[in-house]
Design a protein around this ligand. Structure first.
Ligand SMILES: C[S@@+](CC[C@H](N)C(=O)[O-])C[C@H]1O[C@@H](n2cnc3c(N)ncnc32)[C@H](O)[C@@H]1O
Length: 256
């Protein structure tokens, strides 16, 4: 029997699963923005009045963090309904009812009237959400959609893992390359760099790129990279942030 590859439906179902919903809702209520996110958001989005788009908002950890530090024109979307419901409730609890929440898939924003061309002055796709889209062409579609809905020169902030971040990771990925060469990789994976695993956040699909891949994807979709740095080089995070998330690379780009 042929093994079914991971699809957007797999990822959406995993994020709608109770284990994931509890995990991300707790973080939205108790953790809020990481120190690194706070610093870079203020650096790259200096205008509090600019209409911002947050992709993959989940249960609203970053969305409500943006609201708390003064952004007032926020549209946030996610394709996992259960998480989005949690984000909506949290916004009501925190009297942040001016935030617009939309149920949408990042690769198909044209399906919603909330996303006309050049509507937003900036976009964010935090905590590796972009890399949870299976298939490089699909990730490029999401980048193209964000480009379409942002105005010229709009900033875009996102994070990814980096396969080359440490000697240990480089060694592990060399072994994984051998597995792919022998055809012994997890048959559900689509591309080299993909992982599908289970932990306290539930089942997680994640594509781990190298730096060249991200630079090529940005160039192919109309984004000019302006900054990238590993989180560990940016800020000291509190222990709760390390428990919630591993190290990542922050990327900023400007809409061409
Ligand atoms: C790691 S979670 C981060 C959630 C939240 N931003 C946070 O930092 O807590 C990634 C989010 O991206 C969303 N996501 C993944 N692929 C998506 C897609 N194609 N369209 C919309 N949302 C997507 C998931 O549903 C999930 O909520």
């Amino acid at each position: 029997m042929e093994t079914k590859k991971i699809t957007a439906q797999t990822v959406r179902a995993d994020f709608n699963d109770l284990v994931a919903v509890v995990h991300y809702t707790k973080a939205a209520h108790a953790l809020g923005l990481w120190a690194s996110e706070h610093t870079l958001i203020q650096r790259f989005f200096p205008d509090l009045q600019s209409p911002l788009l947050e992709a993959g908002c989940g249960a609203g950890r970053v969305t409500l963090g943006l609201w708390q530090i003064g952004y007032r024109h926020i549209t946030a979307f996610d394709f996992a309904e259960e998480l989005l419901d949690q984000a909506r409730s949290l916004a009501i609890e925190r009297a942040a009812t001016a935030i617009t929440f939309v149920h949408a898939d990042a690769t198909q924003l044209t399906e919603s009237p909330a996303f006309p061309n050049q509507r937003f002055g900036g976009a964010l796709f935090m905590f590796n959400g972009l890399m949870q889209i299976p298939g490089r062409e699909n990730r490029r579609s999401a980048l193209r959609e964000l480009h379409r809905v942002c105005s010229p020169a709009a900033p875009f902030l996102f994070t990814t893992h980096d396969r080359d971040a440490t000697p240990t990771e480089r060694a592990l990925w060399r072994l994984e390359k051998l597995r792919w060469a022998r055809g012994e990789q997890n048959p559900r994976l689509l591309e080299f760099g993909d992982r599908y695993f289970q932990d306290e956040a539930g089942r997680t699909f994640m594509h781990l790129p190298d730096r060249e891949e991200v630079l090529a994807d940005l160039a192919a979709t109309g984004w000019q990279p302006t900054f990238d740095m590993m989180r560990t080089e940016l800020s000291r995070e509190k222990p709760a942030v390390h428990e919630f998330s591993d190290n990542c690379r922050f990327w900023a780009a400007e809409r061409i």
